[in-house]
Design a protein around this ligand. Structure first.
Ligand code: ADP
Length: 348
């Protein structure tokens, strides 16, 4: 019984997380947009990148290095792949924590052809020693190879082909100035509007052969916390429900019923979001309360709270980050049907 309850809770947590899971990876390969035309929303970013691509293509040059930041699941990897495709180039993909030794990074860099792309996810987690290799590689397309060992070791500068680094991070604040300044193009991806998510759901449904009413798609969109990855995941869960309970067709009613069963409320909040907000409100009188305290009371990692839960709660206007800690807003009290306590003026 306890096991059942626990696994259900883990599942509910996962459901609205923007981070990718194994199951997502398989499906995403089929629904991931392959060109700008299919990439829905993020119009400002898209337009800027399209212009940069066209200019670079006309000049026959590699595209400037690009830094994309924003919460997980918003389409950073997808954009990198589209950029490479639009430039008729190949792309190599890696991530900060995957690159352990200097040699791992040098091997990728020296293997890049002219105008190739290197997508480096979670660039804020790259080790400092490896980050230093990136500086001359990005700026002068050079790596310093060390030949030999000990006192007899020699530095041998190696000229790389001109390539484009696309760095992605969920934590822009952790990308230090020397690295950041080497990117010519920097864009932040925002949460998607429900309209855009509805289009994304409609497109994915078509590709996956799911029949869905516009009202059903709109309902899933509203609860997808502005994140395409979550929208695609909820669509698959609702499809399961529809197949078992409603002859496979997703209507507004089917969407509502299944999302309720999955523990995702009308704003896309799940159990962990609710627990987080109620912790701040009930245990800490609305805050300010430190991130570490919240993490400890929820038995969650601080990273996950900062990266997945808080950005969306802040976007909804339920939570504020202040220098003294996290604070529940007046709207949060309203959302949970509670009375806001009188706070001392000037407290934050
Ligand atoms: P990130 O790298 O930011 O974590 P991804 O690029 O892997 O996010 O996107 C997650 C999934 O969401 C993709 O596989 C794709 O199916 C979908 N997706 C992301 N952005 C868009 C978009 N603009 N239009 C349609 N689908 C998208």
């Amino acid at each position: 019984m306890l096991f059942g309850a626990m696994s259900e809770m883990t599942e509910a947590r996962r459901l609205v997380s923007g981070r990718a899971f194994d199951e997502d990876a398989r499906i995403e390969a089929t629904v991931r947009p392959a060109n700008f035309g299919d990439y829905i929303g993020q119009d400002r970013v898209k337009e800027n990148l399209q212009i940069a691509v066209e200019a670079a293509r006309n000049r026959g040059e590699a595209l400037d290095h690009v830094l994309l930041y924003g919460p997980p699941g918003l389409g950073k990897t997808t954009l990198a792949q589209i950029l490479a495709r639009e430039m008729s180039s190949s792309i190599k993909i890696s991530s900060g924590p995957l690159l352990e030794k200097k040699g791992d990074l040098t091997a990728v860099l020296t293997g890049l052809e002219l105008r190739d792309f290197f997508f480096l996810d979670e660039i804020h987690r790259l080790q400092p020693a490896l980050e230093e290799i990136l500086y001359p590689a990005m700026e002068d397309f050079r790596v310093d190879l060390i030949i030999g060992q000990g006192p007899g070791a020699r530095v041998h500068p190696y000229q790389l082909n001109r390539f484009t680094l696309v760095g992605a991070t969920t934590r822009a604040g952790l990308v230090m100035a020397p690295l950041r300044s080497r990117f010519g193009i920097v864009h932040r991806l925002d949460f998607y509007t429900p309209d855009d998510l509805e289009k994304i759901i409609g497109r994915s449904a078509k590709i996956l052969g799911i029949t869905i009413d516009p009202e059903g798609a709109a309902e899933i969109a509203r609860r997808s916390r502005g994140t395409p990855r979550v929208a695609n995941r909820l669509l698959r869960r609702v499809r399961d429900f529809a197949e078992v309970r409603a002859e496979g067709h997703i209507t507004l009613g089917v969407a509502r019923e299944s999302l309720k069963m999955l523990g995702v409320d009308e704003h896309g909040l799940d159990e962990t979001d609710r627990n987080l907000m109620l912790t701040v409100i009930q245990k800490y009188a609305g805050g300010p309360v430190g991130l570490n305290t919240i993490a400890a009371s929820l038995s969650e990692e601080e990273d996950a709270i900062e990266e997945i839960y808080e950005p969306y709660l802040m976007q909804l206007g339920l939570l504020d980050r202040t220098p003294r800690g996290r604070v529940a807003t007046a709207l949060a009290y309203k959302h949970f049907g509670m009375e806001e306590p009188r706070r001392q003026p000037g407290l934050f």
